[in-house]
Design a protein around this ligand. Structure first.
Ligand SMILES: Nc1ncnc2c1ncn2[C@@H]1O[C@H](COP(=O)(O)OP(=O)(O)O)[C@@H](O)[C@H]1O
Ligand SMILES: [Mg+2]
Length: 269
């Protein structure tokens, strides 16, 4: 049974639901990865998705921009609304959806091209070609992710020569060039050393509230530092479930599900 805390904000600031997930179920062939997940993603906030490996966190995230379409034999049921866009509707244009909902993976995956090309390519793909416009946007996003001073003199060099942490910030910059509304981050820090991880974490915090972010993390201390809301996934009877959702503060201080209590206190998972 899902324990659901209605959203409460200590400052009573009005916030709205940007992504509304209703009764979402995902199967790989006959295997149900997760079922019947409903939760709101609030605008301008950071929502953490936590839970042990294999409980369906990455699969869940992949539905939010229909990357799940790319997996053979993957079936998704339910409804996800992004404003007036019905994300799972067959007629929904995935190119414009992915422009609104960008994704960052655990392993930094820059294209094997120059730093400049990594950022220019998605812009050109969406029809933005004037050089001055490319240059302006590229500088802005590199400043946004704190990379500009580190790379401004080597924009034509390979992105693969950057450190892991710099590559991850470049991947975040690449997601930002198209000015998405939502960023999906699947364990964005777990392949990085502690210093690079801290820099990326600070960046995620700085990007709030300009972007609505959904972050999968195995690091509960990180979730408690950065997330406004938290969804706790668990495998029950071989199927991923959302067992609790609510404000991070509340879920750490007074979890209502015994598995959440055990997990956040380090006793389980
Ligand atoms: N491409 C796939 N094909 C088949 N099964 C998959 C695929 N990806 C994930 N799974 C299965 O779905 C379940 C959930 O996986 P995943 O979403 O990766 O969990 P998490 O991110 O929480 O570790 C697991 O049982 C996993 O083995
Ligand atoms: Mg995963």
């Amino acid at each position: 049974m899902l324990s659901y805390h209605p959203y409460t904000d200590s400052n009573s600031v009005e916030t709205s639901c940007l992504l509304d997930v209703q009764q979402l179920t995902l199967r790989y062939g006959r295997h149900i990865a997760f079922e019947d997940i409903s939760l709101p993603i609030y605008s301008g906030q950071i929502t953490a998705i936590v839970g042990p490996s294999g409980c369906g966190k990455s699969s869940f995230l992949s539905c939010l921009n229909r990357m799940s379409d790319l997996v053979p034999d993957c079936y998704v049921e339910g409804q996800i609304l992004l404003g007036d866009m019905d994300i799972l509707h067959l007629a929904t244009d995935t190119l414009s959806l992915r422009r609104r909902v960008g994704m960052i993976f655990q392993r930094p995956n820059p294209f094997p091209l120059s730093i400049w090309e990594n950022l220019a390519l998605p812009l050109r793909e969406h029809g933005i070609t004037p050089r001055h416009q490319l240059a302006e946007t590229i500088e802005t996003v590199l400043r946004d992710v704190g990379l500009w001073s580190e790379v401004k003199d080597r924009l034509r060099q390979s992105a693969l020569a950057l450190s892991g942490g710099q590559q991850q910030r470049l991947c975040i910059a690449r997601a930002l060039v198209l000015q998405p509304e939502v960023l999906l981050l699947d364990e964005p820090c777990s392949a990085l050393d502690p210093i690079a991880s801290g820099i990326v974490e600070d960046l995620i915090v700085r990007l709030r509230p300009r972007y609505t972010q959904v972050v999968i993390t195995h690091n509960l201390a990180q979730a408690s530092r950065i997330a406004d809301q938290m969804g706790m996934f668990w495998v029950q009877n071989g199927v991923g479930q959302l067992i609790e959702f609510g404000s991070t503060q509340q879920m750490f201080a007074a979890p209502t599900h015994e598995l959440t209590a055990a997990y956040v206190s380090g006793g389980k998972g």
